[in-house]
Design a binder for this molecule. Structure first.
Ligand code: DQA
Length: 143
C-alpha cells in the first residue's frame, strides 16, 4: 500500500512541552492523530529521530521504496547546517517537502538559511501543526 512518511528530527519529540509560545501546546501524538483522521484514506507513517544518522537511514529506506509517495520532513535545526541530510535527500527519488511549524524567516538569523531547501520539492513554514497538513496536501497534489 502506498504511504506518506512524516519524518521529524531533533527535539520534535518534545512538542507540547518545548517552547509552547513558539511551537504550541499540542504533542506530536495529538498532531499525528489529527492528521490520520483528516487523511483517513492515506497510510500516514511516522518516524522521529534526534540523531542525524537515523534520519539519513530513514530517508534512504523510504526514499527508495516504490510505495512511498513522498516524505514530509521537519529536520529541526539540522535544516540549517546538515549537508549530510541534504545529500541524502538529493540521493533519493521520493519527493521531500520541507516543513517547519514556526516562521523560520521571522526568527534568529541562523534559522533563515536552509541547506535542504534546494533539494526539497518545496517548503511550508509558519503554520504551526497545520504546516504538516499543507505538506501532505502538496505531496498529494503533485502525485
Ligand atoms: C523548526 C524550526 C527550526 O529552526 C528548529 O530548530 C526546530 C523546529 C520548526 O518546526 O519550526 O527544531 O523546524
Amino acid at each position: 500500500m502506498k504511504y506518506i512518511l512524516i519524518l521529524n528530527g531533533p527535539n520534535l519529540n518534545l512538542l507540547g512541552q518545548r517552547e509552547p509560545g513558539i511551537y504550541g501546546t499540542e504533542t506530536l501524538e495529538t498532531i499525528l492523530e489529527g492528521l490520520r483522521i483528516r487523511f483517513a484514506e492515506i497510510d500516514l507513517r511516522h518516524e522521529q529521530h534526534n540523531g542525524e544518522g537515523e534520519l539519513i537511514d530513514t530517508l534512504h529506506a523510504a526514499g527508495f521504496d516504490p510505495d512511498c509517495i513522498g516524505i514530509v520532513f521537519n529536520a529541526g535545526a539540522y535544516t540549517h547546517y546538515s549537508y549530510a541530510i541534504a545529500d541524502a535527500i538529493a540521493a533519493i527519488p521520493a519527493p521531500v517537502v520541507e516543513v517547519h511549524m514556526s516562521n523560520v524567516q521571522a526568527r534568529e538569523e541562523f534559522r533563515h538559511r536552509s541547506v535542504i531547501a534546494p533539494v526539497c520539492c518545496g517548503t511550508v513554514a509558519g503554520f504551526g501543526a497545520d504546516s504538516y497538513r499543507l505538506g501532505i496536501e502538496a505531496l498529494l497534489s503533485r502525485h
